[in-house]
Design a protein around this ligand. Structure first.
Ligand code: SF4
Length: 346
């Protein structure tokens, strides 16, 4: 029996703008087991980052969690006060963001920034904090860590800055790390190194990780399970193998077909999904993907698809899984040579 570290139940988050209520997250439920890596994948505007910001209570002022429960390590943190949440953030749950330059303070040394959460959350002495900071920089593969402590973020390369961010996120031994597009700003080689580092650290420290990304290729090698989000809802969830080899949702098929194929010419590497995401000011009453879906049926325009169970851990919210629906399989793009995810979850 797996022990759950995080459970989200029926989360609804809206933004109140001058043009009306934007329903950014519309009933999201999922869980994460201890020691597991979960990928949350979807295009921008799918609600993946807003779901995480809702959990962490880091929404912009116009945002509000309207409904839902967040249970972390057995406690319902959605009922915590802001002060109680402050103790959780950066201590028990930490975040890694896309662009370390905007998350790191340019006028403070890397050492000061690493030691700050230790002093704040763990109340340890300056000497102990320094020792721990050196240890963490060395753990994330930064050479000469002692010397690097007194340097400023601009003295580090992009990949090294992301390593510093990872060291910062790990320094208080969090139970959960949420990495939001952790490698998007990096070139492909550095991206692979950072993902490898996260994988190594996860095994070494047994931390649970959620990786948010728009690129399914990024999560293939590191995640145990994947949730695919679209239009503020989870449209498919399953193990990495289920999503890569047995997907039962046309939106996931589109994402799979848009994973860069290294065997093709660079100009032809991506097959983007045509059309635009739904307007969440006026969400459709039927399937949010219907206007872009080549398999859309009449029912798709009229009713939100039920959550169909393909297996115990694999679910798809698409009417094609109804026993009365026509039998449809994923079509590969014409020029896709073969489906080649680097990994298939463990
Ligand atoms: Fe396409 Fe209908 Fe499935 Fe939505 S429910 S993804 S529109 S087939």
């Amino acid at each position: 029996m797996h022990e759950k570290i995080l459970e989200i139940k029926d989360l609804h988050t809206s933004f109140y703008t001058h043009v009306g209520e934007v329903k950014a997250v519309r009933g999201v439920s999922f869980h994460l087991n201890k020691g597991e890596v979960l990928g949350i994948v979807g295009e921008s505007g799918s609600g993946k980052s807003i779901t995480m910001m809702s959990i962490m209570r880091l929404l912009a002022e116009s945002g509000k969690v309207k409904e839902g429960k967040v249970v972390f390590n057995g406690e319902e943190i959605s009922s915590f006060t802001d002060k109680e949440m402050e103790k959780i953030r950066g201590n028990e749950i930490s975040m890694i963001f896309q662009d370390p330059m905007t998350s790191l303070n340019p006028v403070l040394t890397v050492g000061d920034q690493l030691m700050e959460p230790l002093k704040k959350h763990l109340k340890i002495t300056g000497e102990e904090a320094k020792k721990k900071a050196v240890e963490m920089l060395s753990l994330v593969g930064i050479p000469s860590p002692e010397k690097r402590l007194s340097q400023y973020p601009h003295e580090f390369s992009g990949g090294m800055r992301q390593r510093v961010m990872i060291a910062m996120s790990l320094i208080c031994n969090p139970k959960l790390i949420i990495a939001d597009e952790p490698t998007t700003a990096l070139d492909v080689t550095i991206q692979a190194q950072i993902l490898e580092l996260l994988k190594e650290l996860k095994d070494k420290l047994n931390t649970s990780i959620i990786i948010i990304t728009h690129d399914l290729g990024v999560v293939a090698d590191i995640c145990n399970r994947i949730n695919v989000m679209y239009g503020g809802v989870v449209v498919e969830s399953g193990t990495t193998k289920d999503i890569f080899y047995k997907s039962r949702h046309p939106y996931t098929w589109g994402l799979l077909n848009s994973v860069p194929n290294p065997k093709l010419d660079t100009k032809e590497r991506l097959k983007p999904i045509e059309g635009t995401p739904p307007d969440l000011l006026n969400p459709p009453k039927g399937c949010p993907f219907a206007p872009r879906c080549q398999y859309a049926m009449k029912v798709c325009m009229e009713a939100m698809p039920e959550k169909f169970s393909i297996s115990e851990n694999h679910h798809s919210s698409c009417w094609l899984n109804h026993p009365m629906a026509p039998k449809v399989e994923r079509k590969l793009p014409d020029d896709t040579i073969e489906e080649s995810p680097k990994g298939t979850g463990r």
